[in-house]
Design a protein around this ligand. Sequence first.
Ligand code: ADP
Ligand code: ZN
Length: 743
Amino acid sequence: MSAAKATSGNLFADDPAFQITAQTISVLPPLPLAGPYDYMVPEGLSVQPGDFVEIPLGRQTQRGVVWGDAKGDVESSKLREIYGVLPAEPMPDVTRKFIDWVSAYTMAPQGAVLRMAMSVPDALEPPKPIFRFTLSTDFDPSSLRMTPPRKRVMAFLGENPAMEQGDILRETGAGVSVVKGLVEAGAVRRLMVKPPSPFDLPDLSIGRPNLSDEQTIAADALCDRVEAGGVSCTLLDGITGSGKTEVYFEPIRAALAEGKQVVVLLPEIALSAQWLQRFRDRFGVVPALWHSEVGQARRRDTWRSVADGSVKLVVGARSALFLPYKDLGLIVVDEEHEHAFKQEDGVIYHARDMAVARAHLGGIPIVLASATPSLETLANVEAGRYYRVELGNRHGAAVLPSVEVIDIRQDKPERLRWITPTLKKRLVETFANGEQAMLFLNRRGYAPLTLCRACGHRFQCPNCTAWLVEHRAWGKLQCHHCGYQAKAPDVCPACGAEGKLAPCGPGVERLYEEALETFPNIRIEVATSDNIMGPKAAAELVQRVHNHEVDLLIGTQILAKGYHFPLLTLVGVVDADLGLAGGDLRAAERSYQLLTQVAGRAGRGDRPGTVMLQTADPANRVIKAIAAGDRNAFNEVELSQRMTHGMPPHGRLAALIISGKKENEVDEAAWRIGRVAPRGDGLMVLGPAPAPLSLLRGRYRRRFLIRADKGVKMQALIHDWLSQVKTPGSVRVQVDIDPYSFM
Ligand code: ADP
Ligand code: ZN
C-alpha cells in the first residue's frame, strides 16, 4: 500500500472522505498573527477541509483547522506532519469562508479571526461519557450472593429504566462498591450513553400572539422571506414600543419550523432579562446564550451543540456570529444602529455588517431591527439592496411620548444643582400620580473632573489623555479608559492646598445626591454599569421597577435600551447636549439615536408619557428633530451634509492607529508611513495626527484617516501602502475599516 501510495499519490482519490489526502494540506492555527501553514498528512490518516487537527508549531503543539490544499510555498520535504484529527464536527464550509471574508475585509490575519471562532478550547475535547446501569437480562439471580443493599439495587433497577449511578445510590442508600460488585458478578450491566443535549427544543405549538394589522403585515413579509429561502436583508423599521420583537419572533418561528438554526444578536445581552422572558413566553425555552459572562462549561456545551445542530436558537453578543452553525437559517440583529456592535480591539469589526456578509455567504435571510436605523442601513434601503417593513404605531393604547425642551439658560437650576425648576415640578406631579420617572445622564461616577481651586490643578490619568472621574461611593478617582484608580485626596498634590479640591460637573452619583435631597420621600435607584453588573443584577432591577418598588430611576445609557416599564411616564434628560460635544462624524446621529431610545422608555403602557430635554442649545437640529418627532427631516439634513463631504454612507472611511510605548518611535513610524501615503482621485489621507486619546493605557497613539469614494478598493490600497513601510516590532499599526470611534 505504501508503495502504491508513493506512486499514485492518493489511493482513495475517488472517496469523498479523502478529498484532500494528497499528502499535503494547509492548516490555520487560531493565532493572532497567522495565516495557514502547510503540513503533511501521515499515511493512514484521512482529513477533510474543516477538520480540527493537532499540529506541531515551533516547539509547541497547536490546534488548528484544515483550511484546504497546501499553498505550496514550502518544499514538501521540509513539511512537518500533523499529529492527528480531533473528535469534533468539522468546521462548516460557510464558517471558513466567513472567516476568510472577515479577514479580508477587516485586514486582520485569518488566524486572529479564527481565534474568535475557536474561543472555547475545551469544546474540542470529547464530552465526558455518561454511564447508566440496568439489569442484565440473561442473568440468573439465584447464583448471586444477596445482601440487603444488593437487593435494594436490583429491585430499584427492576422497576426503572437504565439509571445513572448517582440516582441509584441516592434512591437505595447503597454504596459505590455495591453497584460495582453487581456489575462484576454480571447481574448489572454498565451502558455508555450519549450525553443528552443540554438544550431544550423550542416549542413551536405555542400560538402566534394577537398581532395588530400593521404587525401582521410586517410579520408575514418577514416570514415570506424565510420561506422563499435565499439571501435577503430586511430592515424592520418601527418606532419604540411598536412591537418589533413580537414581529421578528414570527420569522424566527418560521425558520425553526424548517428545522433551521437562528441567531439573534443583541447589543447588551447581559441586560436583556425582559427580552429573554418574552422569548420564553413565545418559544417555551430559554435560548442558548452567548456572551462574555457565560461560564466555560456552558460555553463548551453551546459550542458543541451549535456545531452538531442540536441547539436551534442562539442569542448573543457580536461574537455569536462566529459560532460553527451546522445549519443556520436566519440572522436577526436587534438595535442594528448600536455602536456596541463595533468591536474596537483585536479584530476590529462591526457585527451588523459582518452579519450581513454571513447571510450572503450562507444564502439566508437577515433582519435588522431598529427605531432609529443607521444612515448606512437607510442608504442600503434607498439603493434597493435592503427591503424595509415598517411599524408606525405603538402597541395597544400606547402613543409616543410628547417631548418638551427646557432651555437651562432661562430655566436655571440652583447653583451646583442640575434639575431645572420645570423638570422638578413635573417629577413631583409624576410621583403624586403614583407613576415612575427616569432621569438620564450618560455619565458614570460623581463628577467627571476634579479641580484644585487654589492652583487650577486637574487630576489626570497617568496612562491616558483623560481626566480622572470621581467615584464618591468608593472614595476613588478612576480613569474610564484604562481603569486606573487613585484614592480621592484631601490635599492638592500640586500646590499642597487643603480643602480646595472641587468636583466639576455632574455624574449620576451626584445627581442621585441632589434627587435624595429634593425628594426625600421617594424611592430612588441608580443604574450604571458600576452597579448593574451582569444579567442577575439587571433582572433584579427590572423586577423592582416592575413591582413599583422604585419611583425614580437614575441612570446612564444602560437604561436606554429595550426596557418596558408600563408605569414609567416621565423621562428627564438632564444634559441633552452631552452627546453632541466631541463632534465626530456620527455625533449628531448617535445623539439622535440615543435620545430617541431614552425617550422611547416613556409612556409605553396605558398612560401617556412625557420627555423633557434640558439643553443649553435648543436650536440644535438634533434637539429640534427629537422635539418635532421628525426622523426623516433629521436624516435628510444629516445625509446631505455627509454627501457634501463624501462621508459614509456616501464615501468610505478607514483609519490607521499607530501606537507604542515610546513616543519617539511612534512618531517616527507614523512619519514614515505618512511619507508614502497614497494619493489619487477620490482619495484623501489626513494625518499623521495625535489621536484625541494620544495616550491610552500607556501607549502613545497617532492616527491617519483615509476617505475614499465608494468605488475605491480601500483594503487593497491600504495593503499596498503599508507593505512599503517597515515598522519596528514595538510599534503596532492597526487598521480600522469603517471606523466608528475617532478617539
Ligand atoms: P419595540 O422593540 O418595538 O420597542 P417591543 O417589541 O418591546 O417594542 O413591544 C413593546 C411592548 O408591547 C412589549 O411589552 C410587548 O410585549 C408588547 N406588545 C407588542 N406587540 C404586542 C402584541 N401583538 N400583543 C401583545 N403585546 C404586544
Ligand atoms: Zn487611564
